[in-house]
Design a protein around this ligand. Sequence first.
Ligand code: NG6
Ligand code: CA
Length: 536
Amino acid sequence: MGLVCPFNFRQIFMNFKINSLCFFTLTVLLATSAHAKLTSDDKKQTEQVTTTALNNQKPNIVIFYVDDLGYGDLSSYGMKQAQTPNIDALAAEGIRFTDAHSSAATCTPSRYSLLTGQYAFRNNAAILPGDAPLIIDHTKPTLPKMLQKAGYKTGVVGKWHLGLGDGFVDWNKAVKPGPIELGFDYSFLIPATADRVPTVFLENHHVVNLDPNDPITVSYEKRIGNRPVGTEHPELLKMSADLQHSNTIVDGVSRIGWMAGGKSAEWKDEEFPFVFTNKAIEFINSSKSEPFMLFFPFSDIHVPRVPNKMFAGKSGMGPRGDAILQMDWMSGQIIDELKKQGLYDNTLIIFSSDNGPVMDDGYADQAEELRGEHDPAAGYRGGKYSAYEAGTRVPMIITYPEGIKNNGDSNALVSQIDIYKSLAELAGVKLDNSEAIDSKNMLPAFLDAKESGRTDMLEESFTLAIRSGKWKYISPFNGTTPDWLANKTAIENGLKTEPQLFDLSKDRNEQHNVADKYPKLVFSLRAKIEKIKARK
Ligand code: NG6
Ligand code: CA
């Protein structure tokens, strides 16, 4: 896991890196305090000079955000059956976190928290249909807006799933508000998930390759258009699907929801790896004269898993394993570009996943049957949707050759919700008290494997859980789950009507509920959750 570098040499190199980081922070501080005493003209001039000077120093930021990748789904996190060399190289060079968490056990809530620094329950952010309105208030601060303030060019390429528009979306016109209004200078997206219509790419405000004579309409209520549907035409399918995923068929895959028109704009799932990496590389090349932030949320390894033929059949674990290889290749292409452009050493890369693993998520792609000995959750209990650890404990790797103090494994407890304040610190942006209220500055832990992380951390699923020291408390669940997450599965996912308490130091697999033995502790952990809920 360590750098193969003679100690003294490495020490000098590290000191240099720390010094340049300190210099950067110091310059920001000096520039900020000098501003208070200047006239507005003076200010403008100073701003120009300092911005230029600082821009040369500010690290670029790339966030690789995989969909549904489990804690054990990389060879650098214990997967034996297939290799992920590009990500493993990041892990070997940077910090490999062993107790890092998505803020929630599903996609939309995790993404919401990453971009706002607030827990999703504050906004009832749940899994969204493909025609849902934007769930982030675009008049409020966001992570990309915060970085724009610091002079960053910001881009998002990949899967969105945070809603678009403000009620009814007309896909044939400018689709907004969306990522641009939230502070991304550039966006190239699939609007929701690959299993939801509309199955078209959206570049900035517009659907790509749309023929105005063949307008798109989308419905999540009733069947529209004349495309075949999965329930009636199973012979057209690459893989069969459950009822929810058996509506409009596009590219041999039945999806959730119905879509009419927009034939020329339809995507081909197999082309995703090239389309997205090319767009990301174009963004890097057009932004490299300024500091930039690229948010790269993958469609992989979410369903439907339809990897390109370069990867199909290569993992020995079926489409789910092949999608992992595809995701690794895509990451490698972007990392190679950063290296080719001489940008890599001054780029902070965060690699992580939006929630834990799932095998069957609606399509019969044999993920379970073909996984063999592979354990996507690496021994933790649960997975996607679950209140148990594998719901949110995901791989997280950070590299930043010019900024990392000590690399290696870190067992610091960190949440992706902390990315907001940590990047604000890195970029030298002062936040309002009302901004990113749930985020904590974890920059020291992000840049040093020897630093510790949080003492307490909330985990969101269909209920709320809290980690505190060695303890994990899961609140009783009295709500209802969606029909497809039937009661039995809900219980398997830790959604029980009684309180649950686990000592993770002895019971990492959350098998022994000791809530009855420690009523005072249960009381105090519950109070901690209530305090977080009341935070303003
Ligand atoms: C669920 C879908 C599932 C997946 C998930 C979102 C059904 C039965 N299940 O509603 O297939 O799309 O939503 O996944 O429809 S996530 O990673 O984007 O949260
Ligand atoms: Ca997900």
